[in-house]
Design a protein around this ligand. Structure first.
Ligand code: PBG
Length: 317
């Protein structure tokens, strides 16, 4: 006696009937790089199909995506010249872009990445001292919230930043702006194309003294627990694919919404296979569904435009 499984796989309609996990348009968050100026759109050479836009062009670009069901974006400001003050300035890139995004698309959730690495001269996510950095991050987060951010997402990995940011948001009356914390962010080799796009490579050294050491998992759960305790209402795990075990463990351990960041290197890797003719675009669907299957509530991904266009092809008869 043996069990038959192949009857669940005979043809496409059958496979769809037995499919356990599905992706929804609402699952996706699209990262957007914003640069200064007007009418600017610069392709990011290391990431096929990804651009750095000035705010006006980004808004144009989003129109068709929103028509196809885009719900959320995550903004990254990339200043023309380095200078820390621009990170919280009223006329900073992100602060200027926010009201324009919200005025044009009131229903779009606009999350901002809060970090200093693309603003600081040395490309590090801190200014030397942990607690002083937290105060700077709180100021940046406050300026984003004041400019209209729906949520702020600190990606620096300083200890205590969620506490400082939550306290600052409450102080300025932004009690309703959630902190979405990159609680479990690993010192990964998959960030290369992003650092290229955001011009945020550390000028010396690396980020190993603050991002999590890849062999550790219990520590990631501790980080998540601490951030929730400090006031984070959603959690980001980053990167996604090499850390799906963390997504899975966090899913069983915590009840908060869990977001997995399918980072730049994961995107470039999949595109490299497709460009070499070694994979069909099904590889993108497989990538995204694996993140959802592991337990992610939402996915930050550069594949979002593809997903919005193709989900129905994969998930309906
Ligand atoms: C740093 C930051 C990084 C990413 C977003 N914010 C990584 C880093 O340089 O350490 C990476 C995102 C990606 O690779 O897509 N504040």
């Amino acid at each position: 006696m043996f069990q038959r499984f192949r009857d669940r796989r005979t043809d496409r309609p059958t496979r769809l009937r037995y499919q356990e996990t599905f992706l929804k348009r609402e699952d996706f968050i699209l990262p957007i790089f914003i640069v200064e100026g007007r009418r600017v759109s610069q392709p990011v050479s290391s990431m096929p199909g990804i651009f750095r836009f000035s705010a006006d062009r980004a808004i144009e670009y989003l129109k068709s995506l929103i028509d196809s069901g885009l719900h959320s974006v995550m903004l990254f400001g990339v200043p023309g010249e380095k200078g820390l003050e621009q990170a919280w300035a009223e006329n900073g890139i992100v602060q200027q872009a926010l009201p324009r995004f919200k005025d044009t698309y009131p229903g779009l959730e606009v999350i901002t990445d809060v970090c200093i690495c693309s603003y600081s001269e040395d490309g590090q996510c801190h200014i030397g001292d942990n607690d002083r950095t937290c105060k700077v991050l709180a100021k940046i987060a406050g300026s984003h919230a004041t400019a209209g951010a729906d949520a702020v997402a600190p990606s620096d990995m300083m200890d205590g930043r969620v506490f400082f940011i939550r306290r600052e948001l409450d102080r300025i009356g932004k009690t309703g702006v959630p902190v979405i914390s990159y609680a479990a962010k690993y010192a990964s080799n998959f960030y290369g194309p992003f650092r290229d796009a955001a011009d945020s490579s550390p000028k010396h050294g690396d980020r190993k003294s603050y991002q999590i050491n890849p062999p550790n998992s219990a520590e990631a759960l501790e980080e998540i627990r601490a951030d929730i305790h400090e006031g984070a209402s959603q959690i980001i795990i980053k990167p996604a694919l090499p850390y799906l075990d963390i997504v899975c463990r966090a899913r069983t351990e915590f009840d908060v919404p869990l977001i997995a960041y399918n980072v730049s290197g994961e995107y470039a890797m999949v595109h490299a296979l497709m460009e070499k003719g070694l994979a069909k675009e099904d590889i993108i669907y497989e990538t995204l569904i694996s993140i959802k299957r592991a337990g992610a509530s939402r996915i930050i991904s550069y594949h979002t435009p593809w997903a919005l266009e193709k989900l129905d092809v994969y998930q309906s008869l």
